[in-house]
Design a protein around this ligand. Structure first.
Ligand code: MG
Length: 236
């Protein structure tokens, strides 16, 4: 028996209309962020290093960071309807985020959506004993240093349970997890990667579009994937 698909959903720029971690960096990290942005865009540092360096520049005030996150958080249209659609068809909705992470539950809770999500895999950001912000990455790969949160591992774990996975995202780093998805709902940078690598995908604007995507079959994507979450990590 084929189980109903699981949805693996990015948070920043996907569930929310803007990337809150990026907004925090641009708005609050100060002048030093310019150099981090520069080397990241040139692919000289991976997202995990972006998180580590940027966190050190943010004001060490979690109340301020959370209030700014609330200010910028707009839930993308159709998300609540999508959650209801997933519940009716017994499809788990798993959020996997590779941002600063601390604001996800508070934002979902404020919108009355937190208890309708099956699971959240995210990083955490907290003050260390000397008052500097540190990003914790409990879901990072043990060897690969590219992602803070190995979304591909979460996808593969769901597939091993017999569920096809529909991957929903927007960013360039989503390409690793998406490469294991049995279908990808892609916008922005992720859409460019789906076209480049010929992932099975649907472009989307809001969550009403995702409700219309059917049930994909479970596929073995070990050859065409961009990384090996159960092996040594990225292939690139
Ligand atoms: Mg994103």
């Amino acid at each position: 028996m084929t189980l109903n698909p699981a949805y693996l959903v990015d948070f920043d720029g996907t569930i929310t209309t803007v990337d809150i971690s990026y907004e925090l960096a641009v708005g609050l990290a100060g002048e030093g962020y310019e150099e981090i942005d520069h080397v990241y865009r040139r692919k000289e540092i991976p997202i995990r290093e972006w998180l580590r360096r940027t966190a050190q520049l943010l004001p060490p005030d979690m109340d301020l960071l959370l209030s700014k996150s609330f200010e910028w958080a707009v839930i993308r249209p159709g998300f609540e309807n999508f959650l209801e659609h997933a519940r009716k068809q017994d499809s788990p909705v798993i959020i996997a985020s590779d941002g600063f992470g601390f604001y996800i539950e508070p934002i979902l809770s404020r919108h009355g959506l937190l208890d309708r999500v099956s699971h959240i895999y995210r990083n955490d950001t907290e003050l260390n004993p000397v008052g500097v912000l540190e990003v914790k990455t409990p879901h990072a790969h043990s060897i690969c240093n590219v992602c803070g949160n190995c979304k591909a591992f979460h996808v593969v774990t769901m597939k091993k349970e017999g569920r096809p996975v529909i991957y929903i995202g927007d960013g360039s780093n989503d390409r690793f997890g998406a490469s294991w998805g049995d279908h990808v709902c892609a916008r922005d940078r992720l859409l460019e990667y789906c076209r480049r690598y010929n992932f099975r995908h649907s472009p989307w604007d809001d969550f009403y579009d995702i409700i219309d995507v059917g049930t994909p079959g479970l596929q073995d994507l070990s050859e065409s994937s961009l990384c090996c979450p159960l092996g040594s990590g990225v292939k690139e």
